[in-house]
Design a binder for this molecule. Structure first.
Ligand SMILES: [Zn+2]
Length: 150
């Protein structure tokens, strides 16, 4: 099973949420031009949520590709739609990681790449952003232990 290779024609699950660089994907947030607060998902419009800031201009910014594993869980049941659905028998449990991004210090949830289970995870370990395919072939971001062969 090879779920992590990004084909040339692969489509993102969510347009504009991450880059499609197969080797070094990055989540895309945005940053308040006035105070530098970073948002992910992107703040669409309106005012900065920093109570001390009245900024209303935001620029796209790529986020840290790695962070510290903050918490994790095991998804033993298929998530509901809009998660791509597969036959009950074809569903494989996977791990979910909450990772504190190195620079932004925000927690970003994501599935853990295929082949890495909760028994291989440890709070505090360094996790790295990867791309992986959902059941319908669309790409999304996933977390992998840093340095692991995905
Ligand atoms: Zn601001």
């Amino acid at each position: 099973m090879n779920d992590t290779v990004a084909g040339c024609n692969a489509q993102p699950f969510l347009e504009g949420w991450f880059t499609l660089d197969a080797e070094r994907p990055q989540l895309l947030g945005n940053r308040c031009v006035a105070c530098g607060t970073v948002y992910f998902p992107k703040l669409k419009s309106g005012y900065c949520r920093n109570p001390d800031c009245d900024g209303e201009r935001f620029e796209e910014t790529p986020l840290s590709r790695s962070g510290a594993l903050w918490s994790y869980s095991n998804a033993a049941y298929q998530p509901p739609e809009p998660y791509a659905q597969v036959d009950k028998d074809a569903f494989r449990p996977f791990a979910i990681a909450a990772v504190e991004l190195d620079k932004e210090k925000m927690i970003v949830l994501g599935a853990v790449v295929a082949g890495v289970g909760v028994e291989q995870l440890k709070v505090g370990m360094t996790m790295e952003l990867k791309l992986g395919a959902l059941a319908d072939g669309k790409l999304t971001w996933m977390w992998a232990p840093a340095g692991a062969q995905a």
